[in-house]
Design a protein around this ligand. Structure first.
Ligand code: ADP
Ligand code: MG
Length: 322
């Protein structure tokens, strides 16, 4: 059981950034409006994620750490309309299989609980005073799977991956305030006032935010909106293109191409725009159940969506020239 847990954990938890992603997605699914993330030693020594979401009821904590236990879908039909970021019920079980975890959580008006798990086993639980919300502390990641440590890159790169994840989630949730710090030193803080341009300013800097324009469009299936850089303001990597599908950051080659096509000949070779595009769609049109890390999704009507995005961007560029 411990071994299967460790193997399964390897699927979901590859590196400190995976822990951060899973914990913060849980906070978002719990309706948090404030999320604080701190890490020590590139996340290997400690990762803390604290939110003001719903919290977990005292008698549900064990279940939350059980593999394949999720409160988010209840039958196979729900799989066709996943509206939350999580749904596999694997993250907490996987994380606790490869680290020491402490959870402090409380639901509205209830007594809180503190519980500890280590290497996949429960170590203890006690009542504890806590405000509504959840604080999870992950220590000594991969302490019992040393081989995993060998796959990690330099601390600098691992930190970059954490920052990248939080940047994208912050861009997808401008109504949520994120604070990311490295051993107490603030790396990112978003206001959470719902303004995407403000969030872009927090993430990429004011200069970039000011060089960006709003665009939006919709058809019967999709609502598309976002911010796009003017063609003069480009970067030498695609990394500044963020596609958020119902709040989930996705990687999708087709949609990337659709964005580039919208700029057409206005982009010089090997120059990429800075774009944040948020797509709202009926979850029935999305199959998120493709890969555990869930960054790839299968989309019905991908061609239609591509055309919609290309047109929205090229129209926005034409409007500015006139
Ligand atoms: P999943 O997100 O796929 O359901 P997880 O292992 O990530 O699986 O979480 C298991 C369960 O624990 C969730 O379904 C949810 O009920 C609960 N949970 C986890 N994190 C939080 C949180 N920050 N706030 C409230 N509930 C949480
Ligand atoms: Mg989850």
């Amino acid at each position: 059981e411990t071994l299967t847990n460790q193997i399964a954990a390897g699927e979901v938890i590859e590196r400190p950034a995976s822990v951060v992603k899973e914990l913060v997605e849980n906070s978002l699914d719990a309706g948090a409006t404030r999320i604080r993330i701190d890490f020590v030693d590139a996340g290997l020594k400690q990762i803390v994620v604290q939110d003001n979401g719903t919290g977990i009821a005292r008698d549900q904590v064990d279940l939350a750490f059980t593999r394949h236990a999720t409160s988010k879908i209840s039958n196979e039909h729900d799989l066709f309309k996943v509206a939350t970021l999580g749904f596999r019920g694997e993250a907490l079980a996987s994380i606790s299989a490869v680290s020491h975890v402490e959870i402090l959580t409380a639901t509205e008006g209830a007594i809180g609980v503190r519980a500890t798990f280590s290497g996949g086993n429960k170590k203890g639980q006690e009542d504890a005073a806590a405000r509504k919300g959840t604080k999870i502390t992950v220590r000594d990641l991969f302490f019992n799977t040393p081989a995993r440590l060998k796959y990690l890159r330099s601390p600098r790169t691992e930190i970059m991956k954490i920052v990248d994840i939080i940047n994208r989630l912050a861009l997808g949730y401008p109504q949520v305030s994120f604070t990311l710090s490295n051993t107490g030193k603030i790396l990112l803080r978003t206001t959470g006032n719902g303004n995407l341009k403000q969030t872009v300013a927090n993430v990429y800097g004011r200069h970039i935010a000011e060089g960006m324009e709003n665009f939006s469009t919709k058809d019967n299936d999709f609502k598309v909106s976002g911010l796009m850089s003017k063609p003069e303001l480009t970067r030498s990597t695609r990394n500044f293109i963020s596609i958020l599908l119902n709040g989930r950051y996705i990687k999708n080659f087709q949609l990337n191409t659709a964005i580039m096509d919208g700029y057409g000949s206005k982009l010089t070779a090997r120059h990429y725009p800075i774009v944040v595009v948020s797509i709202k769609v009926d979850p029935l049109l999305v199959d998120v159940n493709v890969h555990p890390t869930k960054q790839e999704v299968r989309l019905s009507k991908e061609k239609e969506l591509s055309r919609l995005i290309t047109t929205a961007i090229s129209n926005a560029l034409v409007e500015k020239v006139e």
